[in-house]
Structure formats: C-alpha cells, structure tokens
Design a protein around this ligand. Structure first.
Ligand code: 5GP
Ligand code: MG
Length: 173
C-alpha cells in the first residue's frame, strides 16, 4: 500500500500546524481555551497542535459517527456517540477537526455545543474539501484545502487502516 499517492507531505502538514498554532496562540492568550477534538481521526492533529501551541489550555474529546465501516461516503445521519464529560458554559471553546467534507458532522457538533452556552465557539480544521460541501460551515482556522479525493493518513482512516501514515495520501478506489 506504500504506492498510495501523496496529497500533502509531512513537511507541508507541519508548516500548516505551526501557522495555525501561531494564529490561535495570539487570539487565545489568557483565555485558557477548551479544545474539543472530534475522534478518532483528530488524535494526531490534536497532539501536534497542542505541542505547537505550548500555552495554557484544556482538552476534551467527543465522538460522532456518520460512516459505516468500509465506506467512503457519509450516511448523512450524524450522531454524538461520546459527548462531553464536563460543562462548557462560559468557556472559550475551539473545536478541532481533522477534515471537513460535507460539513454535516461539524454543523451537528456546533449545534450541540452552542446549546451549552460557551463564551465563544470557533473551529480549527486541518484539512478542508470545500468542493464536497452540503451544509455551510465556517472554519475560523484552516490548515490546508485539498481536492475532492478520499484521503488517509495523519490520523485519518479507511476501515480503521492507514491512520499511521505521517503524510496525507489518496486512497484509490
Ligand atoms: P462531513 O460530515 O464533513 O462529511 O464529514 C466529516 C468527517 O468525515 C471527518 O471528520 C472524517 O472523519 C470523515 N471524512 C471526510 N472526508 C474524509 C476523507 O477524505 N478521508 C477520511 N479518512 N475521512 C474523511
Ligand atoms: Mg473527523
């Protein structure tokens, strides 16, 4: 499987993470932000981002699902499988996503979080596929825009495989 075509190199991803960390650090100084990551795919990006940020913050994770195993298309029916363990009222919340595709997952999550009255609610996503959007969502901090291909690596999987690639690769059907 090493022949999968590279869409973003490790170096390109590292630069994007550092740029995002600079922007977020200057906006959230003294705010002790709560970063909420969307599992599972975000675990690699979250770890890199938090170390790049190197500032006081807290981390939480939620898990949402809309994909069946072995699929590359969303079912469109998003569910919160694992919600928050503590309240976010009055907190400066930054949602951290690996990739925004149709926008349904993020839209669903933002509604769920907004109900809990955070002081602010923004979004940071490492990858964006705008050509696939079905639901409009605003990304406040965007890493890289990629073409309309199904990608793996950097935490992203296909049927739980390929999360370990340090770069982003295109999965040929
Ligand atoms: P959306 O609801 O925006 O269509 O889907 C977002 C979620 O679908 C992402 O958080 C990710 O889990 C998954 N996803 C979307 N596009 C891709 C892709 O190209 N590759 C992989 N591995 N997952 C994707
Ligand atoms: Mg995700």
């Amino acid at each position: 499987m090493s022949e999968l075509q590279v869409v973003c190199s490790e170096q390109c991803i590292r630069s994007a993470v550092e740029r995002l960390a600079c922007e977020i650090r200057s906006d959230y100084q003294d705010k002790n932000p709560l970063l909420i990551g969307v599992l599972k795919g975000v675990f690699v990006f979250m770890a890199d981002l938090v170390r790049s940020l190197n500032m006081p913050l807290e981390v939480e994770f939620v898990r949402l699902s809309s994909y069946g195993y072995g699929r590359t298309e969303s079912s469109g029916d998003v569910k919160v499988i694992h919600g928050l363990e503590s309240g976010i009222e009055g907190r400066h919340v930054l949602v951290v996503e690996d990739i925004v595709d149709e926008g349904r997952t993020l839209d669903h999550l933002l509604r769920y979080l907004n109900e809990q009255k955070p002081a602010s609610l923004k979004v940071c996503a490492l990858f964006n596929k705008p050509s696939r959007r079905q639901v409009p969502v605003n990304i406040d901090y965007l890493g890289l825009t990629i073409p309309n291909v199904f990608v793996v690596g950097c935490g992203l999987d296909y049927d739980e495989k390929f999360r370990y690639f340090p770069d982003l690769r295109c999965l040929d059907d």
